[in-house]
Design a protein around this ligand. Structure first.
Ligand code: 0L1
Ligand code: MG
Length: 265
């Protein structure tokens, strides 16, 4: 049986990503892979992504909504890294050729105007450091078969990172009621789910504060200019080839993702 370590789990996850290969969760073989160890793996994979030329552009929150926690069977929100290799420009299709089994979820996105360092940062302080708020969508992709994982597995797997898109036009944070802001998720024009910003820990700024305070435990901060995905507001929908998924926000506008031509591998 394989004896797993932070380094070998990081290698296996990056290999799965590069080879578009899924696998069973590590915690069945390595029960010591808890959330703290998962963050060590995450930081190791980030180190390797940066070493191969990617740039760190922000953070994303995972499992900040009850809908997502219930669906995934994990009740702890967590933080993960965003690099420039994950960015999709508005209008770009889902990059099916580099993803295993992508799903799409709506996100309220912050672009930071100021650096924020914890501990003890409140949602109010966090919101004051936000430059603009945007509509967004994340294309999640798990390296685990059928998205089956425990908390340590998913933290190690950079919270199922794949790709994400942020609407170009944002609004100042005080111009939007982020608790009441509604999103409707449509697949090929049909509404399939909806939620408000309240789904994200009661207020998306709570998710930002959580990220800052979690990073501070590891001696890190959220930097000015970074993008922050505050967490999927609804359960994610399958990015089925040939379909278009739209996330229509009440004030922030729309993001639409074409999921690639039908019939491809
Ligand atoms: O695979 C997953 O659903 C875990 C990542 C969650 C991302 C999110 O909640 O925004
Ligand atoms: Mg997400």
């Amino acid at each position: 049986m394989t004896v797993w370590t932070v380094e070998s789990v990081a290698s296996e996850l990056l290999d799965c990503e590069a080879q578009r290969r899924d696998r069973t969760r590590f915690t069945d073989e390595w029960p010591e892979l808890d959330v703290d160890t998962g963050y060590q793996v995450q930081d190791e994979t980030l180190r390797r992504r940066l070493a191969r030329g990617e740039s760190l552009v922000g953070v994303k929150l995972g499992l900040t909504s009850k809908a997502k926690q219930q669906r995934m069977g994990v009740d702890t929100p967590f933080v993960a890294w965003l690099t420039d290799a994950m960015v999709l420009q508005p209008g770009e299709p889902v990059p099916q050729d580099r993803l295993i089994h992508p799903r799409i979820e709506p996100e309220i996105v912050f672009v930071m105007k100021e650096r924020l360092a914890g501990p003890g940062v409140t949602a109010e302080q966090a919101l004051a450091a936000v430059g603009s708020v945007h509509a967004g969508a994340e294309v999640i992709d798990s390296r685990y078969r059928d998205f089956r994982f425990a908390a340590g597995d998913v933290v190690a797997d950079n919270a199922s990172s794949g790709a994400y898109v942020v609407a170009a036009q944002g609004l100042p944070a005080d111009a939007v009621d982020l608790v009441a802001e509604q999103v409707v998720v449509e697949v090929d024009g049909e509404a399939v789910d909806r939620a408000t910003g309240a789904a994200v820990l009661g207020h998306p700024a709570e998710a930002l504060a959580l990220a800052v305070n979690e990073l501070s435990r590891r001696g890190l901060a959220v930097e000015a200019g970074w993008t922050v995905l505050t967490g999927g507001m609804t359960d994610a929908v399958f990015a089925t080839r040939g379909s278009t998924v739209a996330c229509r926000f009440a004030s922030l506008g729309d993001v639409e993702l074409f999921c690639g031509e039908a019939g491809g591998a």
